[in-house]
Design a protein around this ligand. Structure first.
Ligand code: COA
Length: 211
């Protein structure tokens, strides 16, 4: 399991390299508004999560997505993701999470592999410290190293633009499209290129539900 101490808004390049190399020794915590904070980010295959981890993860998801009761019962919204990144603080509490779906979507230029980010969240007490940006930087490096040409998510531009995401204008088809207007706080489809491949114009078929 890759694991690394990370420090919000500080030396994240060193942090992410350490993750990819499987090293655990990273920078000391920075001062954020006069407070010192430390957190760790670890990769977990969804299949390997224990019941105890499932319960702790769902506690975070319920707190962050309180308007969606599904997380009382399971740790994913519509589709089970293959990969998860889980951030813990020094008290070993789960403070952040990013799920990654490994998907192949249809486009006018043929099939495209994407990492679909979902259930992206940071516990309320740890927000505004750069934990989301730090998690995304690690996840992007991990995906790029595995030849995902794009990361895609549904989110708010003011949260994700600084991490390199742009809203897309494509007609995105999904199996749950007709019901999407019922979803509270649904975001806009956004992508980040992780390599040189240009994002195609035209219709995108997710070949499954949104994430
Ligand atoms: C959205 C969320 C993950 C942000 O986590 P975070 O660790 O506080 O975010 P960061 O500190 O890394 O900030 C990332 C960017 O988002 C912006 N941001 C974060 N919270 C914001 C808020 N409430 N209002 C406006 N901008 C906000 C930051 O300013 C930063 O942008 P910048 O680099 O342009 O300054 C967290 O608030 C959360 O879990 N919310 C509930 C669940 C949710 O909505 N998840 C997103 C689903 S798409």
């Amino acid at each position: 399991m890759a694991s690394v101490s990370a420090t919000p808004r500080c030396d994240l390049e060193k942090t992410t390299s350490a993750v990819l190399e499987g090293q655990g020794d990273v920078p000391t915590a920075p001062s954020v508004a006069g407070r010192e904070r430390k957190w760790e980010l670890a990769y977990r295959s969804d299949l390997e999560l224990t019941d105890a981890e499932d319960q702790r993860l769902r506690t975070l998801l319920v707190a962050c997505f309180y308007y969606n009761p599904i997380f009382w019962f399971r740790r994913y919204y519509l589709e089970r993701p293959a990969h998860r990144w889980i951030a813990r603080n020094t008290a070993d509490e789960i403070v952040g999470h990013v799920a990654v779906h490994d998907k192949v979507v249809g486009s006018s230029q043929g099939d495209i592999r994407i990492g679909g980010l979902a259930e992206v969240c940071v516990t309320p007490s740890h927000r505004g410290l750069g934990i989301l940006k730090g998690m995304l930087q690690t996840v992007h490096e991990w995906m790029a190293a595995r030849d995902y040409p794009f990361s895609m998510l549904y989110g708010q531009p003011h949260i994700y633009t600084s991490s390199g995401y742009s809203a897309i204008a494509n007609d995105v088809r999904a199996s749950n499209s007709p019901l999407r207007w019922l979803v509270p706080r649904r975001g806009r489809p956004m992508i980040k290129a992780l390599g040189a491949l240009p994002w195609p114009k035209g219709r995108i078929d997710l070949r499954g539900p949104t994430f």
